[in-house]
Design a protein around this ligand. Structure first.
Ligand code: CDT
Length: 306
């Protein structure tokens, strides 16, 4: 049997004034807890090192540089890499990336316990807007702070715990797009690592999305993505109230039947764990979602039209 003990480490709020060392210290504690509970990999959220800064407008992008990592690992993130090595546990981390040539991405990596970055992904679906929007109650400036990811939706077969596993990633808003899941599914992804920061209230001030549907839509998207592509996912939130702005938690681990195996119950730092039988991915893949037998790409042309 190919089993994987998978941990999702939800993070409670990170305030704007808090430095990297606060988040990294909390993540090291969660990683140690994951190890004590037998996990082989731990998944941290999107933009896990700072507050969800795209809610704050900054006219001059250069003045926002302090939100980005220009090296990974850095002095600030090194303790996470050291803890992973010490305990022999891999981890997924979301962070704001600034490249040597000055490009900015909303990025996630999977780091093997050796410290090697086995997979890197840059967020493709950037929600929100690029300019200050006076109509909005709260800004969501991801289109200002990040370029559209340029790596596609890569899947690699990498050592995760005792197995080689086909891993892929989505970041937050990506989870709402079935096309993104399907591109991973077509590469036989077995585990999708996915971090998110989602406000409890829709702040766009245009129309009204019922409050109780916010979490439902998040879970609906992840459960459907797993079922339709026969994979596991760890969908991990940053949760709670950051400088007065509430993010919902409800982190989940989902199996290839679309069932929730574990769910966070707080909006704070919280570890959830599931024992995943990777062979479960075969059922969907060899029956109803046997792509070679049943997919009909000739009928899907409009999907890739602009
Ligand atoms: N981080 C992120 O992508 N959040 C979005 C909020 C959408 S509201 C502009 C999400 O889809 O969850």
């Amino acid at each position: 049997p190919r089993r994987l003990v998978l941990a999702a480490a939800q993070l409670g709020p990170i305030q704007r004034a808090e430095g990297r060392e606060v988040a990294v210290g909390r993540m090291v504690r969660l990683l140690e807890l994951a190890h004590r509970r037998g996990a082989e990999v731990v998944v941290f959220p999107e933009l896990a090192l700072t507050t969800f800064f795209p809610r704050w407008y900054e006219d001059d992008l250069a003045a926002a540089d302090h939100w980005y990592e220009s090296a990974m690992p850095s002095n600030a993130t090194a303790p996470l890499f050291e803890a992973a090595r010490r305990h022999g546990i891999g981890f997924h981390l979301g962070y704001a990336e600034k490249t040597p040539d000055g490009r900015r991405f909303n990025t996630a990596i999977y780091v093997h316990p050796s410290g090697q970055v086995a997979l890197k992904y840059r967020k493709v679906h950037l929600p929100g807007h690029a300019e200050h929007d006076p109509q909005r109650r709260v800004q969501h400036l991801e289109k200002r702070y990040f370029e559209v990811g340029d790596l596609g939706f890569p899947v690699v077969r990498a050592p995760v715990g005792g197995n080689d596993v086909n891993i892929g990633m989505l970041i937050c808003n990506d989870r709402r797009w079935p096309e993104a899941w399907r591109v991973l599914g077509m590469q036989q992804v077995e585990l999708v690592m996915l971090g998110y920061n989602t406000p409890s209230l829709n702040m766009a001030n245009r129309g009204f999305e019922a409050h109780h549907l916010r979490v439902f839509h998040s879970h609906l998207s992840v459960q459907a993505g797993c079922y339709q592509n026969a994979c596991f996912a760890a969908a991990v939130a940053k949760a709670g109230t950051e400088d007065g702005h509430e993010l919902f938690g409800h982190s989940i681990i989902v199996n290839p039947q679309g069932e929730i195996m574990a769910q966070a119950t707080s909006w704070e730092d919280e570890l959830i764990i599931a024992d995943c039988d990777l062979e479960m991915c075969r059922l969907g893949r060899e029956t109803i979602f046997d792509f070679a037998a049943h997919r009909r790409p000739d009928a899907y042309g409009p999907i890739t039209a602009r």
